[in-house]
Design a protein. Structure first.
Length: 387
């Protein structure tokens, strides 16, 4: 990518000058407080919200701009089409949508191999392919600000774009840790993912008080290794973006050891809310997992409106704070770009169109778009933190 120069600064100036000259759109004029309230009202139409978890989410949103970004994908979808209109008029793919650097983890495939890749597709939706790349780059920049990463933002953009471009060219390839990418093994098997620690954490989860919905119970029963296996139900608080939605863990003993299954409530993507309900109401999680270039986790499946998956020491998201101190962040972000290509390649009809569009883009397009969305996110975060 070209070195930052006066033309880059001028391009950024133009973006913000146009906004100031023509005025903010109704979506952009809404304060983050109003937008959050409207989104949660909409969310409550699809699932029973857990008030204590929502309160925690509101608190975590104040912690830093990186946490705020993870919690407010709905707001991103209000601002992104306006602030990045020049890079949003591109081929559409079935996108992750809510992509960020803390949305990667490991799982075991049908052959028992350890696979690394994107961990969550709750907000999956047809979007311009650039959305995932810009959001990933913004999250990297904000993660640096929060001291979770040390890479220079320019280098992060470079690594993401290179990985994505080369992933497209290679027509994708799952990231299998047992044979390739040995450098990722240390990240995937850190001390914080130690089995003893993991099961101690699972056992400490608070029991569910009262009953759960019949659909949640049926989803968990369906993924037990044998019918009528006895299990205890626990409540789990995890992540940031999905806080407030019901999330249950079934803990059981089976063949001499512990097993865990999680059921998390799914709702339509926040993209639908941002479009005022004019769009796809279908939950796209399963479609994206099925069509992406990946060696999928056989224990991940959507049952009705519940995502059910196995939880195990190495079958979970890898928190940035759990990364070993010695790591190659450029290589890590390259892999994140590659994995993004793995997902986008599932949209077979637009593969060539995406590659053509990528080849025509100037080297600094991602940096400029990242700068605009970072500014908007930090501005919203500062307003929220002052509440």
């Amino acid at each position: 990518m070209a070195r930052c120069g006066p033309w880059d600064a001028y391009a950024l100036f133009l973006v913000w000058s146009v906004i100031q000259f023509f005025g903010y759109t109704p979506e952009m004029r809404r304060t983050i407080t109003i937008a959050n309230r409207e989104y949660e009202t909409w969310l409550a139409k699809y699932t029973s919200l857990v008030k204590a978890d929502l309160a925690l989410k509101h608190l975590l949103m104040k912690r830093d701009a990186f946490s705020f970004l993870r919690a407010t994908f709905f707001r991103w979808m209000q601002l992104w089409p306006q602030l990045c209109a020049d890079v949003a008029r591109v081929p559409v793919v079935l996108a992750v949508a809510d992509l960020h650097v803390d949305n990667f983890g490991t799982w075991r495939d049908a052959e028992g191999r350890l696979i690394w890749g994107i961990n969550d597709f709750d907000e999956a939706y047809p979007l311009p392919y650039t959305n995932d790349l810009v959001r990933l780059a913004v999250s990297a920049k904000l993660a640096v600000n929060a001291d979770h990463l040390t890479i220079k933002p320019k280098d992060a953009c470079d690594a993401i774009l290179t990985g994505y471009r080369e992933g497209l060219k290679a027509e994708g390839r799952p990231i299998v840790l047992d044979e390739h990418h040995r450098w990722l093994v240390d990240i995937a098997t850190s001390k914080l993912r130690d089995p003893v620690r993991f099961w101690r954490t699972m056992q400490a989860l608070p029991p569910v008080k009262g009953s759960i919905s019949a659909s949640a119970r049926a989803a968990l029963d369906h993924f037990m290794p044998e019918p009528k296996l006895s299990y205890s139900l626990r409540r789990r608080v995890s992540g940031i973006g999905s806080l407030g939605r019901p999330r249950y863990v079934a803990l059981a003993k089976w063949h001499g050891g512990k097993i865990a299954r999680e059921a998390k409530a799914l709702v339509p993507s926040a993209c639908l809310w941002a479009k005022d309900g004019q769009g796809l109401h279908t939950i796209m999680y399963q479609s994206l997992v099925d069509q992406a270039v990946r060696s999928r986790d056989p224990f991940v499946q959507v049952q009705n409106t519940w995502l059910v998956r196995r939880l195990a020491p190495y079958c979970s998201r890898i928190d940035l704070t759990a990364l070993p101190k010695k790591r190659d962040e450029h290589r890590l972000l390259y892999a994140m770009g590659w994995e993004t290509a793995n997902v986008h390649l599932g949209s077979r009809k637009t593969r060539k169109a995406v590659q053509r569009d990528m080849s025509m883009r100037k080297a600094n397009w991602l940096r400029i778009a990242t700068e605009a969305m970072t500014k908007a996110t930090i501005s919203d975060w500062k307003e929220w933190a002052q509440r």
